[in-house]
Design a protein around this ligand. Structure first.
Ligand SMILES: Nc1nc2c(ncn2[C@@H]2O[C@H](COP(=O)(O)OP(=O)(O)OP(=O)(O)O)[C@@H](O)[C@H]2O)c(=O)[nH]1
Ligand SMILES: [Mg+2]
Length: 323
């Protein structure tokens, strides 16, 4: 029988150090990578062998209830499109509620998702860190009379952390590194089986452009939103590289991890950019990073290098912020 790592789900093997699931001795329960990550904080990037479509196919074929997790900073058309591909019964969980300003009410976010993305299924906001609604998976399973389910979502949406918050021994490996969970991982809680899964991959995310940001983008505290009043010649420069300009006379509010370096600059001579039209009260979503609320319509200029990680949506917080 194949033995799987209890931290990441990889099949354990003692033949190749470079391949997922390596253990010096097959009697170990946790692979070397998970062991190093948990005990020394050493991060080794691994590759998930299953692409998004393969994962979705396997999960749909198994006809079990799906809890789909979306990190509050990464709600976009790309992610919702993947959510819609789940054909069997499902519940949407918006994670990391602890990082959004307290003035923003759960119900407003839930209504927003229902109205803008036509989501009819149950939606809850959760925080594994602050233990808000962390028992929702078990409650929902008991309510619906189901004894097994899948926990799915894009990488770093907090799947493993949420399941760990239900366990005394927190055995599953969680980290800010993308692709932490490598394969399906069954967790038993009394009579219930909860299956953790590898995260879906974004088409492209900020860390694919700048891998040094991998820790910084991960938001561990309530976001200190920043509101800038802009003029014709104002640019916002993110981490010395991503330049967004041409807001006109406007008010913009950023929702990023507090560690992200932001600078307001004037009269920048920007090269190699494209323009995108932004209607009134729009969020510019930057995949893997967060979003900027832009109050008034404008023709933004954005560095070409980052063009395929930005998308727009109607403002989620409706201009409601504590900036
Ligand atoms: N602020 C905050 N951070 C969280 C929360 N849940 C998870 N995180 C952080 O998000 C990062 C990713 O968490 P994981 O649980 O490893 O995410 P995952 O969805 O299992 O990721 P993959 O296994 O790569 O698919 C970690 O740094 C966690 O500490 C939460 O409720 N609040
Ligand atoms: Mg995981």
């Amino acid at each position: 029988m194949v033995k799987r790592c209890l931290g990441c789900g990889a099949v354990l093997q003692n033949t190749d150090k470079e391949i997922n699931g390596y253990v010096p001795d097959l009697k170990f329960k946790i692979c070397m990578r998970c062991h190093r990550l948990k005990n020394y904080g050493e991060l080794k990037k691994e590759v998930v062998n299953k692409d998004n479509d393969t994962l979705i196919k396997i999960i749909n074929e198994n006809k079990k209830h799906v809890f789909f997790l979306i990190d509050i900073l990464n709600i976009s058309d790309e992610v919702i499109k993947t959510y819609k591909k789940f054909k069997y019964s499902k519940t949407l969980l918006i994670t990391k509620k602890d990082i959004i300003p307290k003035s923003i009410k759960d119900n407003n976010i839930i209504e927003y998702l229902r109205n803008n993305y036509n989501i009819e299924e149950d939606i809850y906001l959760v925080s594994a860190k602050k233990k808000e609604n962390k028992n929702i998976i078990i409650k929902e399973m008991l309510n619906k009379g189901i004894n097994s389910c899948y926990i799915v979502g894009y990488t770093n949406s907090g799947k493993s952390t949420l399941i760990n918050s239900l366990l005394d021994n927190k055995i599953i490996t969680e980290s800010y590194l993308p692709d932490t969970t490598l394969d399906f991982l069954n967790i038993k809680i009394d009579d219930l089986t909860i299956t953790d899964t590898p995260g879906f991959k974004y088409k492209k995310s900020i860390v694919d452009i700048n891998s040094k940001l991998v820790k910084k983008v991960n938001c561990m505290k309530e976001i200190k939103t920043i509101t800038y009043q802009t003029k014709e010649n104002t640019s916002l420069v993110i981490e010395n590289d991503l330049v967004i300009s041409n807001f006109g006379i406007n008010s913009i509010t950023t929702y990023f991890s507090n560690d992200i370096k932001l600078e307001k600059k004037f009269n920048l001579d920007i090269k190699d950019f494209s323009s995108i039209f932004i209607p009134d009260n729009t969020d510019l979503v930057i995949t893997g990073l967060g979003f900027i609320n832009i109050k008034k319509a404008c023709n933004l200029k954005i560095s070409n290098k980052y063009l395929d990680i930005v998308s727009t949506r109607i403002s989620i917080f409706g201009g409601n912020n504590n900036g």
